[in-house]
Design a protein around this ligand. Sequence first.
Ligand SMILES: [Zn+2]
Ligand SMILES: [Zn+2]
Length: 156
Amino acid sequence: MTMTGGCQCGALRFRAERLMDNPHVCHCRMCQKATGNFFATLVGVKKPDLTWTRGQAAVFHSSDGIGRGFCRDCGTPLFFHREAGGHVSMSIGAFDNPAAIPLEFEWGIEGRLPQIAQLGHVEGYVTEVDDADGAAKARATNHQHPDHDTEVWPPA
Ligand SMILES: [Zn+2]
Ligand SMILES: [Zn+2]
């Protein structure tokens, strides 16, 4: 099944003709730093199945031969790959429909941060309704690319 995605600002868009059967999170420290988050969410796409339909990612070499791609305009982390390898591990959260990509496993479990076990058990729960004015303002002035391909971006 073809799936599309891109960075937050929309300067980069991609299309995957099919996904590999390895959707996972990686808890390693390098993925934490690369995403600025508790873990990376990744699914493999074979290089011939991946098309960049808009823009070209900037790449940081976190190790020799390892490229981590991101948007130079908005900073969204988009992929990780071994440059000599046959596939690219794309950020699941960057897909237009990430809910359609269930996880198969966790990688680097020894680096798993304790906050993950807190999810679902923290004291405070906040919804957008609790900050209706703030949420409405964010929506009204939203610069995020929509979750589908566009002919022209940003809109004229
Ligand atoms: Zn961007
Ligand atoms: Zn990792």
